[in-house]
Design a protein around this ligand. Sequence first.
Ligand code: FAD
Length: 461
Amino acid sequence: SNIPAKTQLAVIGAGPGGYAAAFRAAALGLQVTLIDPEVNPGGVCLHRGCIPSKALLHVAKLVNEAEESAQIGVRFNSPDIDLDRVRQWKNEVVEKLTSGLGGKVEKNKVTYVRGTARFKDGQTLQVTPSDGEQGELAFEQAIIATGSRPTMLPGVQTGERIFDSTGALELARVPKSLLVVGGGYIGLELGSVYAALGSEVSVVEMTSGLLPGCDRDLVSQLKRRLDKKFSEIMLSTKVVELKEQKNTVAVTLEDKKGERSNRKFDQVLIAIGRRPNTENLGLENTSVKINEQGFVVVDGQQRTAEKQIFAIGDIAGEPMLAHKAYGEAAVAAEVAAGKKAVFEPRAIPAVVFTDPEIAWCGLTETAAREQKINIKTAKLPWRGNGRTLTLGREDGMTKLIVDAENDRLLGVAVAGPGAGELIAEGVLALELAAVGEDLAKAIHPHPTLSETLFDAAQLLD
Ligand code: FAD
């Protein structure tokens, strides 16, 4: 193994947070050691998160479009899905990206140690390489970027028929029936993939609606379509028992009236959330603090309570998203290199890559009303938008939320095909402290979905 005796900056975990921090710090002249058990950097996002899930959602999109195009006069035979090739293609996408990052490690002169690390004290890591003897690495500064992992239902273990998002992305087979436990974005995205591949998908969600935290008028755009694609969506319902049997998974569900029902599914996907990887890190040997939700406590410069140790990404709090990790990584790396930097974005976008996609940034309408902020909203349904109709669609909505007193944009939300791309304009508008009139005056290309932002802005005065 190649464990150096000492390093200026040790980065633990090579996900979007860790690799971005390592490359930035190296570019700023620090001598960096990056530690991760995988052969190449990438973390959850590239190996078993964002990237493989979006590759499979692309497959789902092709299948759905082939089916729906019959309505506009183009009929295809029902899709012949070569699951082995789909899986292989998804793995190729992951491999291209992660090996590309592997190349960047060398180019940036970052020392990459394949293995795991834990703190012996505030200046020393114990490193267990994937091959060879455990060693010690003395560091001047360290960045913790160990990410998160799926939360399991208590008493339930993954197996052949019960899996988490990692297992679902492996795509071993297409079950006849699939129960998705959890109506958050991961459950709905993966449920959409399996539904397109031919599974009968049911979703069970404990709260009264899908995608908690997202405005209801956006969710209803999605729900209408999911009601057609999924066999059922059970809200205000919880799983009380789940047992893997010989050829099936037996599930006991309880609705809000307390009524129980016993059901059987071919496979079950548990997607009830993620928890930060703070265990087995030896944090007790440092003064790094953890809050009630289990996240490492950091300040605006991403410093933990032990000031030479930083934390970034999923381990440092919500939202647990790759682009938040990138933002925090840049700050931690710059501060570690002696520059002035602080993490204070005006907006961190959230995107649900279902069909339609849902994306929002800044303040949600729900949060604004709860906080009694004096807002004005503009809501533009997409059915009057030319581009929407030329795509054979009628659904979709764009919403702007502005401060009623000064027209300052506070939030932007989009539901519809391509919402994840469109929201970038909202993020830039919020970062530049735009007012509604800025959007209303900026000439948008025609005919595009981006015109819905422009048209919504006209509704504000
Ligand atoms: P991670 O990516 O979790 O990486 C942490 C790394 O640290 C891992 O490689 C791990 O092996 C390593 N590690 C852990 N402990 C140690 C140790 N002791 N020593 C050394 N290494 C260690 N986010 C988005 O923004 N967009 C999406 O579309 C999206 N889709 C997702 C889909 C799915 C199915 C899932 C599960 C997640 C998705 N996410 C998405 C979330 C995204 O993956 C995470 O927010 C992101 O990966 C967090 O990056 P990170 O750097 O904090 O940690």
